[in-house]
Ligand binder design. Structure first.
Ligand code: ZN
Length: 180
């Protein structure tokens, strides 16, 4: 219960205008939300909430770092998170009806009687969306790949070994046709 409250904003008590919130999200936060085990996450999210009379503008800025593995050689890398996401929360009389009609995923309707906003799903989603889809060791100043060359050579060897029998069996199969 205590951890859930940490991601609840009691917006009803906020004055009109901008308010800033910061969240530091480590592995435990993501492991609680996901079925997969997340390791090496150290995300920071700054939320700027601009409160107006009938709506709130939420701007999430993600930062921090995450651990990843190079797509080519498997080296462990530290990737930087950086992105921005905006959500508009509108206070209306008929939120269910309005949400059903709304096609924009960045607009949410809530009842005028609401007083709190639970934001942990957004925090989770936006940090995951900030992760790079491709991870590579990159190159140094001289333009040399920083990948682990021993691993790349091993992988190339394994690949050619795995390909060989397949190629042979295809040719053998074709030769059979040739004889007929
Ligand atoms: Zn690499």
């Amino acid at each position: 219960m205590g951890s859930r409250k940490a991601y609840e904003i009691a917006f009803v008590g906020l004055k009109h205008g901008e308010h800033e919130f910061t969240y530091n999200l480590q592995d435990e936060f993501f492991n609680e939300k996901a079925n997969e085990l997340v390791e090496g996450m150290n995300a920071h999210v700054k939320l700027l909430l601009n409160k107006h009379k009938d709506f709130m503008l939420l701007k999430f800025q993600t930062g921090g770092t995450a651990k990843a593995n190079c797509d080519r050689c498997g080296n462990e890398l530290t990737t930087n998170l950086w992105d921005e996401f905006s959500i508009v929360v509108k206070l209306v009389e008929n939120p269910e009806e309005m949400n059903a009609q709304e096609e924009d995923a960045d607009i949410l309707y809530i009842a005028r009687s609401e007083s709190h906003l639970e934001i942990s799903d957004w925090l989770y989603e936006f940090v995951l969306l900030s992760l790079p889809t491709q991870n590579e060791c990159g190159i140094d100043k001289e333009g040399t790949s920083l990948c682990n060359t021993d691993v790349l050579i091993k992988l190339a060897e394994m690949k050619s070994q795995a390909d060989e029998p397949k190629v042979n069996s295809i040719w053998k199969g074709l030769e059979k046709f040739k004889d007929n």
